[in-house]
Design a protein around this ligand. Sequence first.
Ligand SMILES: Cc1ncc(COP(=O)(O)O)c(C=O)c1O
Length: 371
Amino acid sequence: MKPSQIYYAKPSITSLEVQYATDAAANGWGKNCYDYIERFEASFAKYIGSRHAVATSSGTGALQLGLAALGIGAGDEVILADTNWIASAAPIVHLGATPVFVDILPDSWCLDPQKVEAAITPRTKAIIAVHIYGNLCQMDALEALATKYNLHLIEDAAEAIGSHWAGQFAGTRGVFGIFSFHGTKTITTGEGGMLVSQDTDLIQHVRQLNNHGRAQGDPRQFWASEVGYKFKMSNIQAAIGCAQLERIDTLTSRRREIFFTYANLLSGQPLTMNPVPDNGEVYGYWMPTVVFDKATGATQKNVLQRFNENNIDGRAFFSPLSQQAHFSQVCSNPIACDICTRAINLPSYHEITDEDQDRVAATLLKVLNDA
Ligand SMILES: Cc1ncc(COP(=O)(O)O)c(C=O)c1O
């Protein structure tokens, strides 16, 4: 008989989330229809340390709104790391701009600032710093580049809630930052996202764009000042978000605990995991990740297959976007193209047990020894 299934992600939902969602469903209509949205935005802004926060229907929608509000469009180039989920690049393409994929650092799998500088052209308008798996980008170096070349620096902190530089949270250093509350994320609203910024004018434009271009305070009904979008979060989703945010310290500290349990179980083995910085930075460890040493001969494919045979969900490390259908399909970023062939994310949901983590680690070590 096969052992029980270990999922790679699962939200942590308590009676608090159920209570708030039930209240929103029962009472959050008419004059109360924005109550949880306003409360979620205000409490998120306070938690993260940002002047403003706008709740959205997804992290992707938040990124598209922010890029559009900055005026990114046809003829512009936006630099981001090749190791990424398509969600970070799709809004650039939809706006008619060109994503420029650069290679990653071998330890954090985030943007390599030197490669960013080499990729800057007169058409470059922005850099998107994606804090992949909760690992932090080298923001000091990226900020210096943004200043030197007069570029917008944007943070995609979709995976990085709880990551911080000595108390300054990821998402608060760029011209704007975005978060995702997809069901796999550290806090979830089912689907959902948030855009944060210190810039009041930018936020006003984001809100206008997210309301089909209707200007705030315009007395005319059904009158659009520009063609916008509708990427809004519902009050019921926001109610769940409010409950999750009240539990944020528990949820983020559990992520770190799960990561360090794996790090202990796998220490001394022929693999590397997400870095553990010692310079005041704290990572959120959304996804514990392992890269197998080349000498083991283990590949992403054979490890995922063995996990599957043992009823363990593994998750593929992101394939370079440059290789995918819409783009060049040729790999010109050697680190991104190499690491993805021999790396996976390990199961890491809030309620995972020590026994399950033992089983995951033992299965992984068996494959590495057999490979
Ligand atoms: C790095 C990154 N950016 C953006 C997104 C988009 O978030 P969402 O799925 O909420 O649209 C995700 C989530 O999948 C992500 O991982």
